[in-house]
Write a new protein. Structure first.
Length: 340
């Protein structure tokens, strides 16, 4: 029997196989009449970082694994192996198992899905059709989402690659798991010039996420499939060092016209006399910020987008935005001057 080693690194991936036989039974790895041995290993990511930091290493709860399933399909798209990692394998971040009917020269499609259980997956097309439809599972109060995974089971992560089995040696496959959501960090501040223009005080009371995607395929598609852009979530800010912080997780979407893009509504209260004991002189001010995202309003899965909103006045105007694109590991920053 030829023994093939399969090495996977930090995250999930896809891989496909060229045999017609389909089974979800995993033979004893010491008694596999034909096929390969698969050794999977996952490495840890870089350390965590403070909220709104430019270095965007994932938090511990953003990269934790509670479950991991590996699907292997042949060239016809039939499932030939489904392997669920055991608790001890998840802890060790490594597992070795048999891959039946995988011989040298065949090509296998391996797909890995973390932190989500799927049913009725017997073909590759069935897996690719699976959707995640509840962005609300990821969102909550700032205190909740900035200290833990709000979604039960953790962040859904996937990856994939196609690989031909090498002749008479080890076949190594590098995998990187990517989250199905993007991260939107918002930090709002009142510019020092505000006090020179107005005698009152301005307090940010809430930030509302508007027009976000309602769904996303579990496995990354060739082009985003966001469904209706109808997801909304309102979050009260957390105040730190005179700044107002918000944090959201949303599904990906492609480029959009500005009027249709994911947007933020930042709500603030202006107190004309600055006296907290009087309320008749207060008024509500709303600032709208369309997200430029990666470019043209595109929000990429596993992307990290930082929105720095600087309020300079009471009159809402078009936002001036500066954006740098990056994966979760490298943040995108959007700077906005509001009310000038």
């Amino acid at each position: 029997m030829k023994k093939i080693l399969f090495a996977a690194f930090a995250a999930l991936s896809m891989i496909a196989c060229n045999k017609d036989d389909a089974t979800t039974i995993i033979p004893d790895i010491d008694h596999t009449p034909d096929g390969a041995i698969v050794a999977m290993r996952f490495t840890d990511e870089t350390p965590t970082r403070a909220f709104f930091a430019e270095a965007a290493a994932a938090e511990a709860w953003e990269k934790s694994l509670s479950s991991l399933s590996v699907y292997v399909f042949n060239a016809k798209g039939d499932l030939i192996t489904l392997r669920d990692f055991t608790a001890s394998e998840l802890t060790a971040r490594t597992a070795t198992f048999a891959l039946p009917h995988a011989t040298a020269g065949t090509t296998c499609d391996f797909y890995a899905v973390a932190n989500m259980s799927l049913s009725s997956v017997t073909t590759k097309s069935a897996l690719l059709a699976k959707l995640e439809t509840s962005a609300a599972d990821y969102n909550g109060t700032f205190a909740e989402v900035s200290t833990q995974a709000k979604r039960s089971g953790g962040f859904v992560m996937t990856a994939g690659v196609s690989k031909a089995i090498a002749e008479g040696g080890t076949t190594s496959v590098a995998l990187t798991l990517k989250r199905t959501v993007a991260k939107i960090a918002v930090q709002t501040s009142v510019d020092a010039s505000f006090n020179s223009k107005y005698s009152g005080t301005l307090t940010v009371t809430g930030t509302k996420l508007l027009r976000a995607a309602s769904q996303t395929p579990i496995i990354v598609p060739a082009t985003p499939t966001p469904g209706a852009m109808t997801y909304t979530h309102t979050q009260a800010p957390a105040t730190a060092s005179g700044k107002y912080n918000n944090l959201f997780y949303i599904f990906e979407n492609g480029a959009l016209a500005e009027a249709s893009r994911v947007a933020l509504e930042i709500t603030a209260t202006y107190d004309a006399d600055g006296n907290a004991s009087t309320t008749a002189d207060r008024m509500e001010v709303i600032y709208t910020v369309p997200l430029t995202g990666k470019a043209g309003g595109e929000i990429a899965r596993n992307g990290y987008y930082r929105v720095a909103a600087n309020i300079t006045g009471l009159v809402g105007q078009d936002c001036q935005v500066s954006v740098s694109v990056a994966e979760w590991e490298t943040p995108v920053t959007q700077s906005v001057d509001l009310g000038a």
